[in-house]
Design a protein around this ligand. Structure first.
Ligand code: TYD
Length: 226
């Protein structure tokens, strides 16, 4: 385990659960306390990672083997850790990351049925077994979440439908997302000290308050603002 001065916090949940909104609100909250916050996301976060992201999320990418998909998620993550996350933590920053290895366990491990074992093994081999200090899991109903994500993506890609898009996962079945949700909840049961489950079906403000309340004592956030 590397020595880390900063704090690594990840946010997880189904597509369309409202992660981006909550990440922005949490970043504002922390910055208002004069904390140095880096907001990033997976897959992506670096130039190389964004190129991998484009390949992974574009619905024009067809025939990608599940194992290759998993390997690409980890390729982007290894680059992200090396180039951005670890240096930022070493500088004492709070790193807020939209998705991390729990996404791979939920989507590739359970959604694609590759199992948790290979995901955790690759995490150990390629990511130095580095885990967040806390993970916020935004739990929502699978059907609701995915229909929101699909609506959002349709809105984005309706004009130039042949252009690259980020729809490939949203086109998966309801059963796929039910497996993803169940896997997330199982990770939370397995790691209650790290993973905080937040009911994300309320208003964005209520969800934000719940996230802040849950993170404050665990990370001693106020005490560190000096
Ligand atoms: P994201 O940009 O967070 O999409 P959304 O805003 O819709 O939640 O994530 C992109 C997609 O990539 C999402 O469908 C989940 C998927 N994904 C995986 O399948 N495995 C992974 O390891 C990661 C990081 C993401």
């Amino acid at each position: 385990m590397v020595s880390r001065k900063g704090k690594f916090i990840t946010i997880e949940g189904l597509d369309g659960c409202g992660k981006s909104t909550q990440l922005a609100k949490l970043a504002d909250f922390l910055r208002a306390q004069r904390m140095d916050v880096l907001v990033t996301r997976e897959p992506g976060g670096t130039l190389i990672g964004d190129r991998i992201r484009a390949l992974l999320l574009d619905s024009a990418t067809s025939g990608l083997a599940p194992t290759a998909e998993m390997a690409l998620m980890f390729a982007a993550r290894a680059q992200h850790l090396e180039e951005l996350i670890l240096p930022a933590l070493a500088q004492g920053k709070i790193v807020l990351c939209d998705r991390f290895t729990d996404s791979t366990e939920a989507y590739q491990g359970a959604g694609r049925r590759l199992g948790s074992g290979p995901v955790l093994e690759l995490h150990r081999l390629l990511c130095g077994d580095i885990w967040p200090a806390a993970t916020v899991l935004m739990d929502t109903d699978a059907a609701l979440s995915v229909s929101r994500a699909r609506r959002r993506n349709r809105g984005r890609s309706s004009v130039h439908s042949e252009e690259p898009n980020e729809n490939r996962f949203e086109e998966e079945s309801r059963a796929f997302f039910e497996r993803v949700r169940a896997a997330y909840l199982e990770i939370a049961r397995r790691e209650p000290d790290r993973v905080i489950v937040i009911d994300a079906r309320g208003t964005p403000d209520a969800t934000h308050q719940a996230i802040v309340r849950a993170l404050e004592p665990r990370l001693n956030l106020r005490a560190k603002t000096g």
